[in-house]
Every structure is written in C-alpha cells, then in structure tokens.
Design a protein around this ligand. Structure first.
Ligand SMILES: N[C@@H](CCC(=O)N[C@@H](CS)C(=O)NCC(=O)O)C(=O)O
Length: 231
C-alpha cells in the first residue's frame, strides 16, 4: 500500500491533465497533497521537476525522481497500486489499443479546443468546429467498440480511456457554451451522451471538477499569455 503522505501532485485545478491524475488517485483511494502551481509565474518546483516541458501535472512519490506527463503518471499509479481499481487491461494487446486511443485523444481531439480559441475569425472557427464534430463521431465508434454494450470504455467500470477522455468534460462544457455548439449530442453520439452523464456523476470524478469560475479565470490567463492569432 502507498503511504498517504508519500504522494504529492503539482497542478492547477483547471488543468484537465491534473484532473486526470486526481481521477485515478481517487479511484485508487490514494491520499495525496495537492500543490497549487501558478502557470502565469512558474515556480522553481515546476521548473526543476519538469525542466523539459515546464508543464503540470508532476507527481512526487517520496524521494523518487518526479514524474511529469499525465499519461505516464496514471500508468505509474496503476503499476504501484495494481490491486485497487486497475485501469489498464491485463492483456498486452488491449493495453496497446487503449494507449493508441489515448494518444489520439491527447494529440488530435483535445488540441482542437485550443485551436478553436487561437483561431481569430468566424470562418476559421466554423472549420475547427466541424473537425471537432467529425472526431466526436469517431470517438462514439470507439466507445461502442471498447464498451461492448457495457457502461464504460473500460466495460463495467471506469477504465483508462474513461479517465483519459473524461478529464476533458468540464472543458467540453465550457467550449460548448462559449462556441454555441454541441461536441456530443443525442443524434450523432448517443452512447457518449449517456457516458458523459455517468462520468459526470461518478464519485471519483466529481470531487475535482473545476468550477466555472476556475475555468473562466484560467481561460482569461490563456488569453493574456497565449493570445489568439491575429486575424
Ligand atoms: N502532455 C501533458 C500536457 C500538460 C499540459 O498541457 N499542461 C498545461 C496545463 S493544462 C500546462 O502546464 N501548460 C503550461 C505551459 O504550456 O507553459 C500531460 O499530459 O501532462
């Protein structure tokens, strides 16, 4: 068993990648200390623990080398606590498939939200919205395949891809609200609409859902430090 005080997570409450790690810590009932990072003025701790990317989250486990990158962190947690709510499947081929889609979500799907923010004109934004909708349909197909008629990507319970995609749901709602669009809807992605409700009410998830105010202030910080491209 991991001793509670051994784990510290450097993050910011609005970061979906930090929320992803919190989701797994909660699923595994691992106690941890949350260290708040200010990304507008990065701390010495962040700069020294993740010098390559200088991004949150970073996990500290006792005196071991700090671990950056949310996917690497959640796999690490699955390895140190394999007997409590395992998130990756046992079968290596299934694990590979899970990792493929996690990589897709992180490198293709979620970056479109940022692209939408960075794109200045209405026409450009409409093109990005179209891509988000196309990709959400691909995710619906992926959900149908992985869940195999059950409730989650992981089957009967939350698994790796539920955590990987689930952590973006607060930002999904935010994007929908501010861009007059539906990422997931009853007609195009009926299974994911039901899945969203399930994740949203899951105990291990809802504890760390960032509030609307938290998302707005993070968004405003992004607008200052990484402003949209000029029209
Ligand atoms: N691939 C990284 C992405 C982490 C990431 O983008 N973190 C953002 C906050 S949501 C960050 O720290 N940004 C600071 C920066 O870009 O300088 C992961 O999965 O952990």
């Amino acid at each position: 068993m991991t001793k509670p005080s051994e784990i510290k997570l450097l993050g910011t409450p609005a970061s979906p990648f930090a929320n992803r790690v919190q989701f797994v810590l909660n699923l595994k009932s691992i106690e941890y200390e949350f260290i708040h990072e200010n990304l507008a003025s990065k701390s010495e701790l962040l700069l020294t623990s993740n010098p390559v990317y200088t991004k949150v989250p970073v996990l500290f486990h006792g005196n071991k080398t700090p671990i950056p990158e949310s996917l690497i962190i959640i796999e690490y947690l699955d390895e140190i606590e394999p007997d409590v709510h395992r998130i990756l499947p046992m079968d290596p081929s299934h694990r590979a498939e899970n990792r493929f889609w996690a990589n897709y979500i992180d490198t293709k799907f979620f970056p479109l939200y940022e692209e939408l923010r960075m794109t200045p004109n209405k026409e450009g934004k409409e093109a990005i919205k179209k891509q988000i909708i196309e990709q959400s349909q691909l995710l619906e197909d992926t959900f149908v395949k992985f869940s195999n008629g059950k409730l989650y990507f992981g089957g009967d319970d939350v698994g790796y891809l539920d955590v990987v995609l689930g952590c973006f749901l607060a930002w999904t709602k935010f994007v929908e609200k501010h861009n007059d669009m539906k990422v997931f809807d009853e007609v195009r992605t009926p299974k994911l609409v039901e899945w969203v409700k399930r994740i949203w009410s899951h105990e291990a998830f809802k504890i760390n859902v960032p509030s609307n105010e938290t998302l707005i202030s993070f968004y405003m910080m992004l607008q200052i430090y990484k402003p949209p491209r000029a029209a």
